[in-house]
Every structure is written in C-alpha cells, then in structure tokens.
Design a protein around this ligand. Structure first.
Ligand code: NOJ
Length: 769
C-alpha cells in the first residue's frame, strides 16, 4: 500500500526496542521492503506465534488488563479493540515490542463510526447532506481525534445498503442507494486514511459489513440474507467495492449468511469475489464472535470445524472468540488445515500493521507518556465548530406550511417532547468517546439562540419516549454503564396536561419527538415504524390547542409519519445530530441556517409497504395513478409510493428547474452526452439545493430499475440567482451487470431524469449506439 523511508528517529527507536539479542528480531535492514520484511518475520515465527497474530481481543470484561498484558507478552494477541486511552495501550504495546519474542507490535482498533471525541451526525444524517467534502472532513477529524488517543484502525464505514427500516442498523449506514452510498464510502475512507494509514494522524479504515448485512430478511438483525446475484452486483456490492477501491485497508465480515453460507465461512465471498475479482490486498476480520457462531448457523459441528471453515474461507482475524487460538495449532499439526492458509492470514495481519506504520514506530499514535492529554475528555479536544456546520448540513425540511419556519426570535416558544432535552440520544449510537454531558440538546441550543433576544423559551417534557415498560427495560439492558432511558414517573395525562398548558402560553409549539437512540441500534429491530403511542398522544393534544405545531424529529431509521404529515405545520428531520446537534437544529429553526438536506432513503407510509425504495425494478403490471387499479401491482388499502421520496428535502427558499437539454440525441460507444439544466433560486433567501441526475435504461436484456441515481451537484444560490449545471453522461453511467454477471452498457434508449428529488423530474431521451 504505502512505502516508507526509515528516518533516523524511527531507526533509533527500533534499535532500542531490539536491544536484547536473545530475542528474535524484525530485521531493520528489510524495513523498507514490505514483502521481504514480513517474509523474514514469518520465517522466524512458531505456529503458536502465528496463530497469536490472528487473535483480536475486546478490552473489557472479557479479559482483565493484567491477564491481557501477559497474553500479549506471550505473543498470543495480534490486536485489541475498545481501548481508547494511550495510558492503557502503552503497556500493552510495550509488552508486545519489548517482551514478546517476536516483538511484533499490536494494533488498537475502535468503532470510530461518526466521530470519536466529537460526535457528528449518524450515518443517515451525514448522508442527508449529500456533501462529500463535509463527510470527508468528518472522517478526517474523527481520524485525528482517534489517532491522538492511540487508535490505529476503525471498524468503519458501514456501507450496508438498507431498504428495510425495521433494521435498527439503518441508522449507521448511508441509506438505500448504491451510487450515493458508494460516494460516501469513498469520502469516509479517504478522510480516515488521508493518503496513507501510516501517517501519525491517519487511521486505517475497515469497511463493513461484508456483505449484504443491510438485507437481513424482514429487517430482523442477524437474520439470513438470500439474494439474486444480479441484485447483489448491481445494488448491494458497489459500496464495499468503492471503499476498497478508495484504499480501505480492512474488511469486516458480516454476521449474516449470504445465500445459504455464513459470510464468515463463505469462500466465494471472501476469496473469489473479494480477493480474485476485486483484487483486495488487505486484512479481513470476523465480526464479534462470528467464528463460534458458525456452529449455531449449523454449518460447523464443533469448534474445530468452525475454525477450519473460517480460515479456509479467508477470515484472517478472529474477533472476540477463542476458536482460532484453541484449535488452529492442532488442526495444522494434524494436517486438517494447511499451513499455507494460516500463513496467508498472518501475512495480511502483519501487512496491515506495516501499512499502519507500526513496524516503523509502534508508538506512532500512542506517543510519549509526557505528551498524554491531562484530561482525555477535555472540551478543548473537541471540534465543535465543524460539528455544528456538518450537523446543519444534514437537516431535512420535510414540511413548512404557511412559512411557519423560521421561528422569530421575539416569539414565545413552547418546546415540548421527550427528546427536547435528551443529551444521550442526541449523540446517536456508536458515539465513540463522545461525552453525554458535552452534548448540546435542542433545549440548550434554542436557549443559546434566544439569549439576549426578546423571545421566550418555555419547556415541558410532555411524554416519555415510550410508556411500554418492556421496551424501556430492553433499551436499558443494551447499555452497560447506566440506564439511558429514564422515565418521568408522572402519569402520561399529567405530562400532557402540563405540555398543553405550556403550549397555550406560547405563539408556537416545537415538539421534539422520535426514538430513543437505542431504538435504532444493533439488534434493535422494530415491527412498527410510527412514533410510540405516548408521543402520538402528546402530539394530538398539542394539535388540539390550535397553535402552530413544528415537529423536530430525532430518529435513526425512516419512520412512517402519516398523521404527522397531515397535521404538523412544519417538520424537520434531524436524525441524531451529534455533539453540536442542539445548536445546529436551533440554527435551522431560527433561520440562521437554511436547511439543505435531502433524504438518502425513502420514507414509507407503513410497515406493510416495506421495502419502499425509489429504484425498484420494473414489472409487467405497474400501478398507474389515475387509472383503475384492478390487476395492477398495488396495496389497495393505502396510497401508493413513498410518503416522502428519496432525494426529497425543502428549503426556506424556492428553487425551480428549467428544461433539461441533452447535447446529443445519440451517444457513440466510449462517448458522452452532456445534460444541462438551469436551476434558479426564485425565493427570497440564499440557499442550497441538490440537483439529482437519474437514468433509466428503457429496454435491456434484463429488467432494469425505473431510475437510478448517477450523479448530483449541490449548489448554493443567492435570491434570484440562476446557474446552469452540466452533467457528463458517459457510457460508464449506463453499465450494469446482466444475467450472466457481465458488466457493460447495452445499446438502446436511455431516459435521463433530473430533479430536486427522485420523483418530480424533467426528462429527455438519448440512444446509445
Ligand atoms: C459488532 C458489530 O456488528 C460491529 O459493527 C462492530 O464493529 C463490532 N461489534 C465491534 O464493536
């Protein structure tokens, strides 16, 4: 991956580390030749030491620190994850490079998913910005913060296409669309690695969950995945490939099956596809306990077989299970597993460490004790200004009737709802080392915005997130340290009465409603997509006051918002917006920022309609609006289509698209057609919008989607300003995998569609010759 020159400083550090001649030694003279260096190390390693490198341990209750240090010194650990403290990592690294016979450095991993010390918006929030520079910056800052805590590699980004919002991990990923998620995958990897994961302030990126994790049946986490190869190749695989092409050094293997074979034992997936077809040259790691789980999947009868299946399939490192350590040495000695399979895995682990710069300087990111931060949690270590900017960027304005928003700073505002002052929820799940107390709630943010103004902020909680004790117990069980969901013990009616009384004193009501963060998390699948009943009751009572009602939604999955759409005067989707969420949302509510986010997912009308995604394949009997519906594909008890389409999002200003023109009505092979369209800001405020280009293949050898996103541009326009945007439609944008999984563009007509969302578009047709 990267090449190095041995500086005199690192050479001296290495020489010091190699002081004792009794030990085997990495050969410094080979250090600038990755292959030779690793081959030389492997030549000296025992089988047990090799297997030790394949072991990835979660720091925590699973293994107390003193025992871990002994295991490291014995050469039985390759890396750990979940330690985020240089003080904690330093002795482990010392044990590795000073005490273990081979002196191979450890690596330290962590789930740096949407920030590290600073929490940025969750994946869906980042994706809603459609702003790749901003997302790259999020990953860059996350890497800088994580590297400063001695972290070498992140289990991120999550690029699983998710089209079933029942899946709680929808929150982590970037939505339903292969093209948009691929762009985001690239931006994240580039931001984390910054040209080379060997830089002191870069971290290696390990993309996950390979593969198809977002397609678990019924949206139930860990469930099976069964999918046609064509759909896989066209829709679900491109984002992983994009991350790998951007240089991701690692791949985390999914917990699910892929067409009958668990990903962790899937040779086709890990070898034929990943290594041979895609040319991946990095490290694969299992997900937590996944090798042991091969027994529960029912493909391995015992631990021996589980270890054999995984190593033969190409799982290099085993995360948090003992199966490799316990079984591989015996399996190799008895000839049941080939030495070559173990060696291949070890080579990747050592290669990744090499690429992270750890052989050149094992303390590259841990640094010296005297430089350790006095208080790792100090506010000065946060990046608040970019967090606020990025969070503003991802807010999606769903409704704004009668210009209810922006709010006036002279108004009396009743802020209600269980999420109005909920610090922990604002961070979203997988919030890294973000500190709850450093997170700005909406109540705080609105308070900040009104300070020194004549307006007043009244507050009443109004409802608990849910009144269901079983759900509360579940959500609190998910959290080890302290219960996250705290219930107000007043009766639901007493809380609503207070909120209504507060609303009556106000000019406008802002209700912060949605999900507790744990509701959109690993293993948190839901059968319902509406707001919990406690919150629905609150909203109905608020509506009855007749005051203008603004909904601020905090949630981690697409929700079905039918009543809310009918009854709210304004609605802002904020997902979970991170450390500076409250300030960023207040910026938008008061008009200091103009919302420009666009949905990276379709919002469904109901669970029954799921999966609801915009780029669905054509069928023989499509529903046609305005025509009798009999014998066409529809649900007869509900309107058709998404409640809010993919790509949708309003602004405080208005944008209009002119006609779509194509430079040519035909395209030769290898040529291009330029699509141009003028977008005008016809409103009275400056604002940004995203102009989206979709393409439909009108007739092909296989059924193709009704449209597919192929390009977009985010533009800022002053009031009255117009810009003509040009998009290059190249042959590449017309390519797809056919029934034989051949990738190419087929001659014929293509319909180009350009819109400010996926539904309302201008169209023009050209022919590929
Ligand atoms: C399990 C999750 O599935 C995965 O995303 C995460 O990276 C690992 N645990 C480690 O925390």
């Amino acid at each position: 991956m990267s090449s190095f020159k041995l500086s005199s400083v690192t050479a001296a550090a290495l020489a010091a580390v190699l002081a004792s001649p009794a030990l085997a030694q990495p050969n410094p003279s080979l250090l600038n030749n990755k292959q030779a260096f690793i081959a030389d190390l492997m030549r000296q390693m025992t089988l047990e030491e090799k297997v030790g490198q394949l072991r990835l341990i979660s720091i925590g209750p699973e293994m107390p620190a003193p025992q871990l240090a002994r295991e490291v010194a014995a050469g039985k650990v390759g890396g750990t994850f979940n330690s985020v403290n240089r003080k904690e990592q330093r002795p482990l690294q010392e044990a590795a490079v000073k005490q273990s016979r081979m002196r191979i450095p450890m690596f330290f991993a962590y789930d740096v998913v949407h920030g590290h010390r600073t929490s940025f918006p969750i994946g869906l929030g980042l994706a809603s910005s459609w702003d790749m520079d901003s997302v790259r910056r999020v990953a860059r800052i996350s890497a800088i913060e994580a590297a400063a805590d001695g972290i070498d590699i992140t289990w991120s980004p999550t690029v699983d296409i998710a089209r079933d919002p029942r899946w709680g991990r929808s929150s982590e990923g970037f939505g339903e669309d292969p093209y948009l998620v691929s762009q985001l995958a690239r931006a994240m990897v580039t931001g984390f690695q910054n040209g080379s994961p060997a830089k002191a302030d870069s971290i290696m990126s390990s993309v996950k969950h390979f593969a198809l994790y977002g397609a678990v049946e019924g949206g139930r986490d860990y469930n099976v995945v069964d999918m046609s190869p064509m759909r896989m190749y066209n829709d679900y695989l491109p984002p992983y490939k994009a991350a790998i092409d951007a240089g991701a050094g690692g791949v985390m293997i999914a917990l699910n099956t892929v067409n009958g074979v668990p990903a962790s034992a899937n040779k086709w997936l890990l070898q034929d596809l990943l290594r041979k077809q895609w040319g991946f040259k990095g490290l694969t790691v299992s997900d937590h306990g996944a090798i042991t789980e091969l027994m529960r999947h029912g493909v391995a009868r015992d631990e021996k077989e589980a270890a054999r299946l995984a190593i033969e399939a190409g799982v290099d490192m085993s995360m948090a299970d003992q199966v490799y350590t316990a079984e591989l040495p015996g399996l190799v000695r008895s000839g049941q597993v080939k030495q070559r399979d173990v060696d291949n895995a070890v080579r990747e682990v050592l290669g990744a460490k090499y690429d992270m710069g750890l052989f050149h300087d094992p303390f590259l990111r841990i640094g010296k004790a005297e430089d350790d931060p006095v208080d790792p949690k100090a506010d000065s270590r946060l990046h608040r200004a970019p967090a606020r900017e990025v969070a503003r960027n991802g807010l999606v304005l769903l409704e704004n009737r009668n210009k209810t928003l922006p709010l006036k700073k002279g108004a009396t505002i009743a802020l209600v709802g269980p999420l109005a002052d909920a610090q922990v929820d604002m961070m979203g799940v997988w919030s890294g080392q973000a500190v709850t107390a450093q997170t700005v709630t909406l109540r705080q943010g609105m308070g900040n915005a009104l300070s020194g103004q004549s307006g007043k902020l009244l507050y009443a909680r109004g409802a608990n997130v849910t009144n269901d004790p079983a759900l509360v117990e579940y959500l609190n069980f998910l959290n080890w340290d302290s219960p996250e969901v705290t219930q107000d013990r007043r009766s639901p009616q007493a809380m609503i009465d207070e909120a209504v009384a507060t609303a009556r004193q106000a000019d406008v009501v802002v209700a912060a409603v949605g999900e507790a963060r744990g509701m959109s998390h690993e293993s948190s699948s839901r059968t319902r997509l509406d707001l919990p009943e406690s919150q629905q009751a609150l909203l109905k009572a608020l509506k009855a006051t007749g005051k203008p009602l603004v909904l601020v939604l905090l949630n981690g999955r697409p929700l079905a918002l039918n009543w809310e759409r009918e009854n709210a005067d304004a609605m802002l989707e904020t997902w979970f917006a991170g450390t500076e969420g409250g300030n960023a949302i207040a910026d938008a509510l008061f008009g200091d920022a103009n919302p420009s986010g666009k949905l990276p997912v379709s919002l469904p009308r109901s669970v029954g309609q799921v999966p609801t995604y915009y780029n669905y394949p054509r069928i023989g009997r499509p529903f046609t609006p305005g025509k009798p519906g009999n014998y066409t594909s529809q649900y007869f008890d509900e309107p058709q289509g998404a409640l809010y389409p993919f790509g949708y999002g309003l602004s405080y200003t208005e944008f209009q698209l002119g006609e779509l023109t194509l430079s040519n009505r035909s395209m030769p092979r290898g040529g291009k057609v330029e699509a141009s369209i003028t977008v005008t800001n016809t409103g009275d405020r400056a604002g940004e919008t995203v102009v989206q280009l979709y393409i439909q293949d009108l007739a092909a050898s296989v059924v193709r989607p009704v449209k597919e996103l192929k390009d977009f541009q985010k533009v800022m326009l002053k009031p009255g300003e117009k810009k003509t945007l040009r998009f290059d439609v190249t042959e590449d944008k017309l390519k797809f995998y056919n029934a034989r999984l051949e990738y190419g563009a087929e001659a014929g007509d293509f319909n180009v569609q350009v819109g400010l969302d996926s539904q309302t578009v201008k169209e023009a047709v050209f022919e590929l010759k």
